[in-house]
Design a protein around this ligand. Structure first.
Ligand SMILES: Cc1ncc(COP(=O)(O)O)c(C=O)c1O
Length: 399
């Protein structure tokens, strides 16, 4: 048994089996590359599933974490700190929202959003108004509230009972939403680009119609931007890529570029529903997470940052389309920005291991979609390097 196999099997023997173990042991990362313990280099197009927005070991993040850790990592959540103020100011000034609540993960941001919307509806429309509309193929997290609005609940009966009053409409089908709306509808929750479901972007016209429907019926519109936010679509926030403002947004992943942090941001009438004692979390808004958030925000807002995301996104889409035209080995290309999905005739598990063998780490989304979510600091040469690996791998898969 090699040292690598030994580490993997010992780790496996100690962990609850939430994931299938990868055959490599990761050691460290540098920019858009990750290295395993055998010294093999990979282009990291998994990036922790759309998390490492600034890549690995970004100098600004290292500086912030080193300095802030030496100053103060944690304080009780009721204290103001300069770091909390700076992060909150940056998030509010550069979004359509009025107030922010800090959490530690995507699922916590979704939980906060659902609770905020439900309390707003309870107070403004009455206790009967407690139902949520979500979408087929959605993914919002794994705690009970977020799992309840995730379609997978239908295939996981062992966790029942879920939150009652959740209905699933068809993504990009406004009529299916209209059919589910009633006096009991408190909120609609949607991913502007479905991530886990298979990299499906919402149509702009659909989101505009959804916004209008929510306005007409006084329903809270929640965008789950956990995967699509913080530059991933080539705009700071996902809603900006569609020109449609939600009432509440759930954020995480790229917001900390690897440091665990998330947030719910809301417009004032909705945010005001959360009052002292109705929600909170021990680590939310801690000085270290806020310092990192502020650093990530400043990097994302640097001149040219989003241009680079758009440029490398176009390069990847064009390159994939070229491979599709020339090889017939790609059946569909979908997604938006640097959140790209590729369908092929090949078994997705085999494709992922072949790509990894050839030096590109990626992930699966939906039933069989190859998901490419590289760090947003990817440059054109690195994008081309990824395309070359994908082309070579697809070619080998056929042989
Ligand atoms: C759209 C969306 N919402 C929520 C989550 C849950 O985030 P976390 O795993 O940080 O709880 C995810 C995670 O993949 C996600 O993609």
């Amino acid at each position: 048994m090699t040292i690598t196999q030994d580490i993997i099997s010992k780790t496996e023997s100690l962990l609850v089996k939430t994931y299938n173990a990868q055959p490599v042991v990761l050691d460290y990362g540098d920019g858009v590359y990750a290295y395993d313990t055998d010294g093999k280099k990979y282009l990291d197009f998994a990036a922790g599933i759309a998390v490492a927005s600034l890549g690995h070991a970004h100098p600004a993040i290292l500086k912030t974490i080193n300095e802030q850790t030496a100053r103060m990592m944690i304080c009780q959540a009721s204290y103001a700190t300069k770091e909390k103020l700076e992060a909150a100011e940056l998030l509010i000034e550069h979004s359509c929202f009025d107030l922010v609540y800090f959490s530690n993960s995507g699922t916590e941001s979704v939980e906060a959003s659902l609770k905020c919307a439900r309390k707003w509806a309870y107070e403004n429309k009455g206790p009967h108004c407690n139902e949520i509309i979500a979408f087929h193929n959605s993914f919002h997290g794994r705690t009970y509230g977020s799992a309840s609005v995730t379609e997978k609940r239908n295939s996981q009966p062992y966790f029942e009972p879920y939150l009652p009053g959740v209905h699933f409409a068809h993504f990009n089908d406004i009529e299916s939403v209209k059919e589910l709306i009633s006096k009991k509808t408190a909120a609609i929750i949607i991913e502007p680009v479905q991530g886990e479901g298979g990299l499906t972007p919402a149509n702009t016209a659909f989101l505009i119609a959804l916004r209008a429907l929510c306005d007409e019926h006084n329903i809270c519109l929640i965008f789950d931007e956990v995967q699509a936010g913080f530059g991933r679509l080539g705009t700071l926030h996902a809603y900006e890529a569609f020109g449609v403002e939600p009432d509440i947004a759930a954020w995480a992943k790229g917001m900390g570029s690897g440091f665990p942090v998330g947030a719910m941001a809301a417009k004032k009438p909705f945010a005001d529903a959360i009052t002292v004692g109705t929600h909170g979390t021990t680590y939310g808004g801690n000085p270290l997470a806020c310092a990192v958030t502020a650093t990530v925000m400043k990097e994302l807002m640097k001149k040219g940052f989003m241009d680079n995301v758009q440029k490398t996104s176009s390069l990847l889409f064009e390159g994939l389309e070229k491979i599709q035209r020339e090889s017939n080995k790609i059946t569909e290309i979908k997604g938006k920005g640097l959140m790209i999905g590729v369908n092929t005739p090949f078994d997705i598990k085999n494709l992922l291991s072949a790509l990894q063998e050839n030096g590109l780490m990626a992930t699966q989304a939906g039933k069989a979609t190859l998901r490419l979510t590289p760090p947003l600091v990817l440059n054109e040469n690195q994008a081309q390097e990824a395309l070359d690996i994908i082309e070579k791998t697809l070619k080998e898969m056929d042989e």
